[in-house]
Design a protein. Structure first.
Length: 278
């Protein structure tokens, strides 16, 4: 197998960490970004020059371009880009602060967009490549208490859907990865809660808050197995447009998409009635 170079944002924990460990163990090269370099000292000590590291906050657009350009200069090329950096924000829309909204959208939506924009000139110049956009079941199905998290994930899915069509002619494939709950640090580690408004106690929006505060729910997904399938998807031709991972993801998305399609079909006559007469 030809050694490939992967650029992965956010490799200190979660899917980014699992993916980096699996790829490095296979002999692949990883250009990884972290907010704190010391968080991956063990990987650097074990793999040396096979792991190229850069400090990056994906809300800093100029820094994104600098890191991408530096990775290409140091490693010669990037074969696969994994837009992984992100975190959860939970609470009713009225509860989240203005600062939390801004940080969430800048990280989960704008950051991913700018990483993709920064790498595209390099992928075009080398004649192709692959982008994996890490989304979530929450990019297709919506749950109360996660409205701002959904705003970023539904937004990045729309961006990636269109991007797939824009860059296919350059040999660049784009896959949206939609995992369900996985046993990583995401739920009880990196996720943030909005300040509580008592009026929402006992409403559907409070369920997400209770889950994070009680810390009892165990996600069903095996992150190592999920990452194996993400990596394997890069060898598929053409690139799969979406990759649903986890029984909970499949079930929730199937229910949501079926309901949306049924609602649309019920409005067919209404929709057609607004056209000018033939």
């Amino acid at each position: 197998m030809t050694q490939r170079t992967w650029l992965i944002t956010g490799i200190s924990s979660g899917f980014g960490r699992h993916m980096s460990e699996q790829l490095l163990a296979r002999g692949e090269r990883v250009a990884g970004t972290v907010r704190t370099l010391s968080s991956v000292d063990d990987l650097k000590a074990r793999y040396g020059d096979q792991l190229w590291l850069a400090r990056l906050d994906v809300t800093d657009t100029p820094a994104i371009r600098g890191v991408v350009d530096a990775a290409v200069a140091a490693l010669g090329r990037i074969d696969v880009v994994v837009n992984n950096a992100g975190y959860g924000l939970f609470g009713a829309a009225e509860e989240v602060t203005d600062e939390q909204i801004t940080q969430q959208i800048q990280t989960n939506l704008i950051g991913s967009i700018q990483v993709a924009r920064a790498v595209l000139p390099h992928l075009r110049a080398q004649g192709g490549g692959r982008i994996l956009q890490i989304s979530t079941v929450g990019g297709q199905a919506a749950f109360p208490g996660a409205s701002l998290y959904h705003a970023g994930k539904w937004g990045i899915e729309g961006f990636a859907d269109a991007l797939q069509q824009e860059v296919a002619g350059f040999g660049i494939g784009v896959t949206i990865v939609e995992p369900g709950g996985a046993r990583t640090e995401f739920r009880y580690g990196s996720s943030q809660l909005a300040p509580r408004i008592a009026a929402y106690d006992g409403t559907p929006a409070s369920m997400a808050r209770r889950m994070l505060e009680e810390r009892k729910a165990v996600p069903p997904g095996d992150p190592a197995r999920m990452v194996e399938l993400m990596i394997a998807s890069v060898d598929q031709q053409p690139a799969p447009k979406r990759l649903a991972l986890g029984s909970d993801a499949y079930t929730a998305m199937q229910r949501a998409l079926s309901a949306r399609l049924a609602e649309l079909e019920a409005q067919k006559d209404l929709a057609f009635s607004t056209d000018f007469p033939a």
